[in-house]
Design a protein around this ligand. Structure first.
Ligand SMILES: Cc1ncc(COP(=O)(O)O)c(C=O)c1O
Length: 413
């Protein structure tokens, strides 16, 4: 049987219950929308503003998706069901099966492809713990591009394995702050040596502007959410084969890309199901955030977006789940939450670690801590189903594996 890989990306923007408020330029002397024009591949920028419901995926990108293992498996967590003695059935889409270990590759492949197709030879990005950087490093080497990654210096020192993975794929990885950019040198001079995602992003954008490299975006922007829609489209087909209709759909949320990629195509097919976006309670954007225009990046380089946000100056506590330490929620997901289509929940890190351990012991897969937040919610929901005797089908997105961050599990007892 030839396995299904989507040939089009799904874009939820024209189908939102309310029109998406457009990005805005901040009231300062430079246009950030103009900066986007200069640093993103043209096709990526076009897709960011498209109002088409479907966008064709170039055959070269479909080939790369296939080469790296798409479709990813949809598995059933039968041992977990047994342990919880729940009447609910639990299925999960396993994005950790991709070679870099997470869903991030789905959005890196098209961006690097368009950069190459438009005649560029180098791409640049920032990364925190390294999931996004590794995805850009691999897709760049696949298409024959040079890649440069600015990695937050504290992670660069503490998490050598992802740095080594990026270097193995051929990427040049710089600890940020670096002395390669004005942004980095200013931070170093001020004694901010451990760095932050905002500084790394500022360095990557400055590098792109100065050297003509194309900048690769990891989450939050609608175009990234659309590129992730392969996850949900595959899930629909895989559920069809199993003759299963989903009732509850769950995913974790940092900027929103894996949750959106997984759920948006399913929302389009089954609008009335229970959709749950799970954040970290230590970053209480769902419970305390406000829906307003804000900067998506603390470097204040990108245009203002209307989103649920804790404020760009919010300083997240140092939880292990680096991918969930983001102050905002992607604009389209913010609309779906404020309109009541998607429900939001929060889980704390201890619950996530316990759920991740339980999942690993029963199902063998060690979830990334970000994904373990979804697992923790699924366990709660399956126990609630037990109390109510609901024979429901719960499907969640396991966005990545945690094999390169095992210390996240071992350091907390
Ligand atoms: C494995 C994993 N899951 C989830 C996330 C959260 O990001 P997003 O909400 O964009 O999917 C990240 C971000 O780094 C991640 O690495």
């Amino acid at each position: 049987m030839v396995e299904f890989i989507p040939k089009r990306w799904f874009n939820i923007i024209p189908k939102l219950p309310k029109p998406l408020p457009p990005p805005r330029d901040p009231e300062i002397d430079r246009s950030s929308i103009e900066i986007l024009n200069r640093i993103l591949p043209e096709e990526v920028l076009k897709h960011q503003f498209t109002v088409e419901e479907y966008v064709d995926i170039p055959s070269e990108v479909v080939d790369a998706y296939r080469a790296f293992g798409r479709p990813t498996p949809l598995l059933r967590a039968t041992k977990l069901e047994e342990r919880l003695s729940t009447p609910a059935r639990i299925y999960f889409k396993f994005e950790g099966a991709l070679p870099t270990g997470s869903h991030k590759l789905n959005a890196a492949i098209p961006q690097t492809y368009y950069a190459l197709k438009e005649g560029n030879s180098e791409v640049v990005t920032e990364t925190g713990a390294g999931q996004w950087g590794a995805a850009v490093a691999l897709s760049s080497s696949y298409f024959g591009l040079r890649s440069v990654v600015f990695m937050v210096r504290s992670s660069y020192m503490q998490k050598p394995q992802r740095r080594q993975l990026m270097e193995l794929y051929g990427s040049t990885v710089n600890p940020s702050p670096s002395d390669l950019t004005k942004v980095g040198m200013r931070e170093l001079k001020e004694g901010n040596v451990s760095g932050s995602l905002a500084t790394a992003m500022g360095e990557a954008v400055e590098y792109a502007l100065d050297r003509g490299a194309k900048y690769m975006v990891g989450s939050v922007l609608d175009v990234v959410l659309m590129y992730q829609s392969v996850i949900g489209q595959e899930t629909i087909k895989q559920l069809e084969v199993l003759d299963v209709e989903p009732d509850v759909l769950v995913g974790c949320v940092g900027g929103g890309s894996n949750f959106a990629g997984f759920t948006y195509p399913i929302i389009n097919s089954f609008p009335d199901k229970e959709y749950v976006a799970v954040g970290a309670s230590e970053i209480p954007k769902f419970s305390m955030g406000v829906y307003r225009y804000d900067y998506p990046d603390s470097a204040r380089i990108l245009p203002l977006l209307k989103m649920i946000t804790l404020g760009v100056d919010y300083r997240p506590p140092p939880i292990y789940s680096g991918g969930l330490r983001y102050h905002g929620v992607a604009p389209s997901l913010s609309v779906l939450i404020t309109e009541g289509v998607v429900k939001a929940a929060e889980v704390d890190e201890r619950e996530a670690i316990e759920a991740g351990r339980m999942f690993a012991r029963l199902q063998g897969i060690v979830p990334a801590l970000e994904s373990a937040h979804a697992v923790a919610y699924v366990i709660k929901r399956a126990l609630e189903a037990k109390e109510k005797n609901e024979r429901i089908n719960i499907v969640f997105n396991l966005s990545g594996h945690g094999l390169l961050e095992l210390n996240n599990y071992t350091e907390v007892t």
